[in-house]
Design a protein around this ligand. Sequence first.
Ligand code: SF4
Length: 348
Amino acid sequence: MKNFYVNILGCQQNEHDGVRIKYLLEKLGMVETDRKSADLIVIVACSVRQTAVDRVFGVIRNFKDKKILVAGCVLDSDKTKFEKRGVKFWDINKPETLKRLLKIRSKQSIAALMRQGERFSSSVPIMFGCNNFCTYCATAFTRGRERSRKFEEIVKDVEKLVCAGYKEILLLGQTINSYKDNETGQRLDDLFKRLNEIDGDFVISFTSNHPKDMTDKIIRAVSDLPKIKKEIHLPLQSGSDTILKAMNRPYSVKQYLEVIKKIKNANNNIAITTDVIVGFPGESEQDFQRTVKVFQSVGYRTAYINKYSPRPGTAAFKLGDPIPWEEKQRRWRILNDIVRNSTQRSRQ
Ligand code: SF4
């Protein structure tokens, strides 16, 4: 195999993995090319939304003549479906298995090459997995339970990136605000303080947070430390308590807005961004209007507005998909307009 193409779907964690995979394949002597000319396609898959999984099946259908590997977030049920189509799953937590999958004879350590590839990404994963079981999401099944990296290892990774000249370094974790070094007990705000002491001209950004795990100490650190970007991503997902409950999001809208108030009181220059899902099963017009109200009151800098699509293997799958696509599109437009108008106003 000479040419490869890496198709990255989904979150920033996948972007980070994609950069490391590209570096690895180049070190193994392959050349990056476009999808049509590639002998090998590696798909870094996302199983949060069904549309992303459908795209994986689309690639498999359209490029039957190529060797395709799937990595990333994949449910066991999808792995079986991929295998039936002759497509293998590569678990990048067990990097050496790539040798067997691609029949590579190289003596080089795949794990070591993947580590070297970290240098080409300006993001640093600080924890993996998730302990929450939001009913629309499969991450807790595909990436396992929360595991935080060692504090000092993270500091070293960031120092290397600063030395290499990166100006913005993104810390990654599915619920990053629950970060904890289990040996030392250090938390995210301790990490911010330590990273802020590194010499150099750079900023640290971080994503994604869970509203239930946001602490006053983290808010204070973002507000006060000059090298921490003044931006907090706080996924709302819905402005209706009924829908939050159905999503297994353990906070109320009131509690969410209290966190927003603390952020604004700490520092009005902190931009707030969010994720929201429109058209979750059972979301009535009244529920949706509650989300509209939150959007109007918070004034998000940006929002990732997702139209719900049922995902096999998730708890919400059994609820079906009763809200028509056109209605989801309408709700999407309304929220999108609110964010656009509030961004325009803040620029004036
Ligand atoms: S917090 Fe919820 S949405 Fe986020 S990764 Fe965990 S289960 Fe998925």
